[in-house]
Ligand binder design. Structure first.
Ligand code: AMP
Ligand code: FES
Ligand code: ZN
Length: 298
């Protein structure tokens, strides 16, 4: 197969785009897809103060490189969860990358906030991944809000988004379907949240990291049975193989045709309260994170 842009030998095959690229044209393709996702969904501009949550995995580190190459003003935030071995390795990977590329990095330790994840796991009788996810999202937003960043980006890619959409659709979860997408607008103490990799698959991001020599964390979190939505991702990969382009179509058509309908239904829902303890948005009197903290302090 020949590269679509320069006709040299293609090194990366992209069946969903019915095409392939050589390494150098893949770089151009990848950056264009990131830019297209950002512009199409009005995620942010060069004037915004952008904070990127960087876990040390391939998606967020790959995105950090792409945003730097595209000359966005981006600062990294890493959350150290206090999990023996894995948190140290994730943190040092992010620190080494940011030091080598002169990228400003903030590290926040959940232990300092009264929420060491190993302790939370012992005390809270719910799947640790969803509790940990809640804590991370709370602190991504809170750190951005308190430090003057108006946009918070994460490394979620097209596969993550499609798998989540599939799960939300299976449950017809109106609230999640109304809120899902590459941009969540700012509201009260919620800063705007964006997903600049929404047009790129896990495979494409892995190739991008490989071609750019990015050393990312490979090991999964010791507390999780594997990546999120693994079963759904396998099913969707099977569908994609039979109908290349299906994932992107499912996601884009949802954003154009499905999401507005769910948003119209949700418009009647009561607005969020402010948590009585921390003041951040919550559907209950006290938010989930403050309730976990109280449980640990009891
Ligand atoms: P995950 O839910 O682990 O697939 O992560 C989704 C996104 O959340 C990543 O691409 C990162 O942007 C962000 N993220 C996850 N864990 C952390 C962490 N410990 N510190 C900073 N960002 C994180
Ligand atoms: Fe939070 Fe594994 S990353 S429990
Ligand atoms: Zn709270």
């Amino acid at each position: 197969m020949k590269c679509r842009r320069c006709s040299e030998l293609a090194q990366v095959r992209l069946p969903s785009h019915h095409t392939g690229f050589c390494a150098s044209c893949f770089e151009t393709y990848f950056l264009r897809q990131v830019e297209r996702g950002i512009h199409e969904h009005k995620q942010f501009s060069k004037e915004d103060r952008l904070l990127l949550a960087v876990s040390g995995g391939k998606d967020s580190l790959g995105l950090l490189l792409a945003l730097s190459k595209l000359e966005y003003d981006v600062t990294a935030l890493h959350i150290d969860l206090g999990i023996p071995v894995s948190s140290q390795s994730a943190r040092s990977t992010v620190e080494a990358y940011c030091a080598a590329h002169s990228i400003k990095l903030h590290v926040l330790e959940t232990t300092e906030k009264g929420l060491p994840i190993p302790e939370v796991k012992k005390r809270v009788n719910r799947p640790i991944c969803s509790v940990c996810g809640k804590i991370k999202r709370h602190w991504f937003n809170r750190f951005a809000y308190e430090n003057g960043y108006n946009v918070l980006a994460t490394g979620h890619n097209l596969d993550d988004e499609v798998a989540r959409l599939f799960a939300n659709t299976l449950r017809w979860d109106q609230a999640y379907l109304a809120g899902q997408g590459p941009v969540s607008p700012a509201e009260g103490r919620f800063v705007r949240k964006v997903k600049p990799l929404c047009r790129l698959t896990e495979y494409e991001t892995a190739v991008w990291c490989f071609l750019n020599g990015i050393e990312h964390v490979l090991a999964a979190c010791p507390y999780s049975a594997g990546a999120s939505f693994t079963g759904h991702k396998k099913l969707l990969a099977d569908l994609e193989e039979r109908s290349p382009g299906m994932k992107m179509q499912f996601y884009e058509h949802f954003l154009q045709r499905g999401k507005p309908a769910f948003q119209a239904i949700r418009a009647e829902a009561p607005p969020l309260n402010e948590c009585a303890r921390c003041g951040y948005p919550s559907s209950m009197e006290v938010c989930g994170v403050c309730r976990i903290k109280e449980q640990l302090e009891a």
